[in-house]
Design a protein around this ligand. Structure first.
Ligand SMILES: N[C@@H](CCC[C@H](N)C(=O)O)C(=O)O
Length: 276
């Protein structure tokens, strides 16, 4: 059987998107790893799956798998591509799309200028919600990574994030420290490791070593987590422009309990079919 898919990206964070509303496929971690291979497969950071909703108040169920085949709770750049995909495929005529994810409900809005704004829900901070091993909730924690002691903030955007402030993002050893933080034993389910360089009160630069995918050109939930961490620490003021290697995201957050609003592009690259 041939499975139709669309290759998409959000600021270079790239996806294979499949519609399992009108098609059927038996997914496995092994198959996803084969597809994600950049030499012998399609090549992507995440697989995004569109399914019918379980909850009748929602329009779709949105499932996310990392390149390593693991299913995860949330993906911000993917959420924007999801909105573009379900419109392009005429799976909905709505411009406001309510979607359920394993990380909680999110709301996607396709703007008149083609940009997409996602209500990512409220960030969570308690160690149990990340999950992160700590006795009490704090704004920063000291994390022992190899020989180093890093000061990190932790944020759940449905999925787990750590944010470390750095002086020089270009020379920071993301490739060597990222994997050590991603799999640090204090993060029971792993973590997306973000490294942020502040520019001014409304601008910051960010690189993210993603759980299950390695360093990507952009991470939407990572940008939300970094903006939230910077605002909580008093370094940043909403709205914040987060500059990632693949481009910038506009993030707004009014404070604790309020949703994080992320705006940015979603790009279709090509349509394909693969034998399953
Ligand atoms: N690229 C994503 C995040 C994808 C999931 C992440 N790697 C995880 O394991 O939680 C984004 O744009 O948010």
């Amino acid at each position: 059987m041939l499975l139709r898919f669309t290759k998409m990206h959000g600021l270079g964070n790239d996806f294979m998107v499949i519609d399992l509303v009108t098609q059927h496929a038996q997914l496995s971690a092994k198959l996803i790893r084969q597809w994600s291979d950049r030499h012998t497969g399609i090549g992507f950071d995440q697989l995004l799956v569109v399914e019918p909703p379980g909850n009748p108040d929602m329009d779709f169920r949105y499932r996310i798998f990392n390149a390593d085949g693991g299913e995860v709770e949330q993906c911000g750049n993917g959420a924007r591509c999801f909105a573009r995909f379900v419109q392009d495929k005429r799976l909905t005529a709505k411009s406001e799309i309510h979607v359920e994810t394993a990380g909680g409900p999110i709301i996607l809005n396709v703007n008149a200028d083609g940009q997409i704004t996602v209500d990512m829900g409220a960030p969570r901070f308690s160690p149990a919600q990340i999950p992160f091993q700590a006795d009490t909730e704090a704004l920063t924690y000291t994390l022992e990574v190899g020989e180093q002691q890093l000061q990190i903030s932790t944020v759940s955007m449905g999925n787990p994030h750590s944010v470390t402030l750095v002086d020089d993002l270009d020379s920071f050893p993301v490739a060597s420290l990222g994997p050590l933080i991603e799999k640090h034993p204090r993060f029971d389910q792993g973590v997306n490791a973000g490294f942020m360089q502040l520019i001014d009160r409304h601008h910051a630069r960010l690189r993210v070593y993603e759980r299950g995918a390695g360093e990507t050109l952009a991470c939407g939930t990572g940008a939300c987590a970094a903006a939230v961490a910077g605002i909580r620490l008093g370094h940043l003021v909403s709205p914040v422009s987060i500059q990632l290697p693949g481009g910038s995201l506009h993030i707004e957050w009014a404070g604790p309990g309020q949703p994080v609003m992320m705006t940015g592009p979603a790009t279709r690259v090509y349509e394909g079919q693969i034998r399953v």
